[in-house]
Design a protein around this ligand. Structure first.
Ligand SMILES: NC(=O)c1ccc[n+]([C@@H]2O[C@H](COP(=O)([O-])OP(=O)(O)OC[C@H]3O[C@@H](n4cnc5c(N)ncnc54)[C@H](OP(=O)(O)O)[C@@H]3O)[C@@H](O)[C@H]2O)c1
Length: 355
């Protein structure tokens, strides 16, 4: 059977990188993308890729296109419910088993709602193998949980036909490879806020740690999962694999195995503030290289009014989100090899300042 992929977010940082990697590594796959805006250069870059025009609320179109694919890679929005429901509905129309590879994010385990460790290191490190039950039964309020839960419930109910994988990267750095946006979200926001503050910043002792991954290392994990799907699922963990007795969605929490962290290193907020301060100062973008210690309330007030995440200042710069990719290591021998965050920091910061 030929491999037919339907991908969303093809002009985004992550989705564009997945699109580019899939097309270059597997020109034999038939790829269709959902795009609301088609970049001028798109057909020249990807002549064999079919474009369907629509947005995430074009649910009929999304279902119809998903029903024609045996693999859906949903990379555009980790929180949007109508599009994930439409994708699942489309895949379930198929007679054969199909695969859904969804993009989530380690915001789901971030400790930003509990102030115990804000601005300081939380000893908890999350493993996608050892902590899988806790990760897949987070409270509804956790970031990205709304969509993770929809997928989990679908896997519990239709696991014989619908094989699901959730890829859950931490903060990402390095240049994307796709036809649209090639920058991650963290640095543009950090640079913009640092310029308002007049210095890079941290709170408390700044030892709060977050995991990171280079976009190229993330693509390694993606490709292993995509290739496993193209081979009928062998070699990867999918959705829910438990006794047939447990088929009621409300019991599905904690039973999802197809869950992949994709981290490669961990960095404290203070170290980022120190290194970024030196570089932004050296390039004349800040008048001081010295990071500023903010109060928790000041850091929490940054980017106030963000439409999606009300506590985004605390989340991005005072919380911990420490994750380990044990599943990818165990199944795929995943070993990050891309440049470290420090090696690309200058380029990432300067590109962010230009935005
Ligand atoms: N970047 C990170 O560090 C990171 C880490 C973990 C998780 N995540 C999550 O991953 C998701 C994607 O992140 P990203 O950084 O790749 O985002 P991005 O660069 O902003 O890409 C978003 C993609 O979705 C498309 N899109 C947005 N709204 C749409 C709509 N209503 N209809 C159709 N297409 C739409 C965009 O198309 P246009 O080109 O038309 O705008 C673009 O292709 C986000 O939900 C984010 O929270 C990101």
């Amino acid at each position: 059977m030929s491999t037919k992929i339907f991908l969303t977010g093809g002009t985004g940082y992550i989705g564009g990188s997945v699109l580019d990697t899939v097309v270059k590594q597997h020109p034999e796959y038939e790829v269709t993308v959902l795009l609301r805006n088609v970049p001028e250069k798109f057909s020249k870059l990807y002549p064999a890729v079919k474009v369907v025009r629509g947005d995430y609320d074009s649910t009929d179109l999304i279902s119809e296109t998903a029903a024609k694919a045996n693999i859906v890679i949903h990379c555009g929005n980790s929180d949007h419910e109508p599009s994930i429901k439409a994708l699942i509905a489309g895949l379930l129309r198929r007679n054969e088993p199909s695969f859904l590879i969804h993009l989530s994010g380690t915001g789901i385990v971030a400790d930003y709602r509990d102030d115990t460790y804000h601005g300081t290191e939380n000893p908890k490190i999350w493993s996608d193998v050892d902590d899988i039950d806790a990760i897949t039964s987070m409270p509804d309020i956790a970031v990205h949980r709304n969509v993770d839960k929809i997928i989990q419930n679908a896997a519990a109910e239709h696991g014989d036909k619908l094989k699901t994988a959730i890829i859950c990267p931490p903060d990402i750095y390095g240049p994307g490879r796709g036809p649209g946006g090639i920058r991650s979200v963290f640095f543009p926001m950090f640079v913009a806020e640092a310029r308002k503050v007049g210095a890079t910043f941290y709170a408390n002792d700044g030892s709060n740690g977050r995991s990171w991954v280079h976009i190229d290392d993330l693509m390694v994990v993606y490709m292993k999962v995509v290739e496993a799907a193209a081979n009928g699922g062998d070699g990867a963990d999918w959705g829910k694999e438990v006794s047939i007795v447990i088929i009621v969605p409300k019991y599905a929490d904690g039973l999802l195995k197809g869950y992949y962290f994709a981290s490669s290193q961990e960095v404290s907020q203070k170290d980022i503030a120190i290194e970024a301060g030196k570089l932004l100062h050296a390039h004349g973008l800040l008048s001081t290289a010295e990071p500023k210690k903010l109060t928790l309330s000041e850091i929490g007030g940054l980017m106030k009014g963000h439409i999606y995440y009300p506590m985004i200042g605390t989340y991005l710069w005072a919380s911990n989100s420490r994750t380990r990719s044990h599943r990818a290591e165990k199944l795929f021998g995943y070993k990050p090899s891309a440049p470290t965050i420090w090696e690309t920091l200058e380029t990432d910061l300067l590109a962010s300042a230009e935005k």
